[in-house]
Ligand binder design. Structure first.
Ligand SMILES: Nc1ncnc2c1ncn2[C@@H]1O[C@H](COP(=O)(O)OP(=O)(O)O)[C@@H](O)[C@H]1O
Ligand SMILES: [Mg+2]
Length: 258
């Protein structure tokens, strides 16, 4: 049975999608079978990997909610990268309304029902979520074994960190076995003393929960989506690619420890 990991943080722009794409690509390089599920109606993950709408049988919306259709039917492979993707588009926004009409126990199971049959086909299923803790994200957390929380190295963002840990505790009320795989510090600017202080504070507060690897801020992460490739393909020898390979190793190690 593979590991299902949700990447979540209430805040937008903290590196969730970047982490799903590049951690996924790093795991593929380590010969893991990886599925990425785009659970954000913005479809950033799908766009980042150049998945085009034309010719798709369906998207995550249908995979989750269309009668007689399963998630496996909407999965596409990304050529040259070796990851598989369940893509999303703006239709997924409507899923919130459908979920809102369900009773809470049914709603929480929507993602689990679609994803758990795939558990034997992959070593890792990584789920990207949108900003805000919407019904879809809660359902994703309920389907997951673990959660990774990306967080920018800036002070204001710490407030968001307290919120997400609060939210994780809430979900753990429903799913006590949900593990925090780790908090990943992102967009670190080494020239900024302030960022260093934030890293120290987060390590003090959360200890071993924080990944050893810190993701530096570099323009390469903004460039790579335009190429339709993960950083490990766009700039394979860059430090940016190397740090996500390290995160992939840490994620594998953390699975062994658990
Ligand atoms: N380490 C980084 N350095 C520089 N830019 C980054 C980094 N990580 C992500 N970005 C850029 O910041 C923006 C937000 O990142 P993204 O992963 O989309 O965040 P989220 O999914 O949490 O909204 C994107 O334009 C992305 O390319
Ligand atoms: Mg995103």
């Amino acid at each position: 049975m593979g590991r299902t990991i949700v990447v979540a943080n209430q805040k937008g722009g903290v590196g969730k999608t970047t982490t799903v794409v590049n951690l996924g690509a790093g795991l593929v390089e380590m010969r893991k079978r990886v599925l990425l599920i785009d659970l954000d109606p913005r479809g950033d993950l799908s766009a980042h990997l150049g998945v085009v709408k034309e010719g798709l049988v369906g998207t995550v919306y249908e995979g989750l909610l269309k009668e007689g259709m399963g998630m496996e039917e909407v999965i596409v492979s990304v050529e040259g990268v070796g990851v598989e993707v369940a893509p999303a588009d703006s239709n997924l926004a409507a899923a919130e309304w459908v979920l809102a009409d369900m009773d809470s126990s049914e709603r929480e199971q929507v993602v689990a029902r679609a994803v758990s049959p795939l558990g034997d086909d992959y070593d890792f299923i990584l789920i990207d979520t949108g900003p805000g803790l919407h019904l879809l994200s809660v359902s994703a957390l309920a389907a997951a074994d673990e959660v990774i929380v990306p967080q920018q190295c800036s002070y204001l963002a710490l407030h968001g960190l307290q919120q997400i840990t609060g939210n994780i505790k809430q979900v753990q009320g429903v799913r006590p076995d949900l593990r925090i795989c780790g908090i990943l510090l992102t967009m670190h600017d080494r020239r900024t003393r302030h960022h260093q202080q934030v890293i120290e504070m987060v390590r003090e507060g959360f200890g071993e929960l924080v990944f050893k690897t810190v993701i530096p801020r570099t323009i390469k992460f903004e460039e790579s989506p335009a190429s339709g490739q993960p950083i490990t393909k766009y700039a394979p020898t860059s430090e940016a690619a190397e740090v996500y390979r390290k995160v992939a190793k840490e994620v594998i190690e953390r699975g062994r420890e658990a």
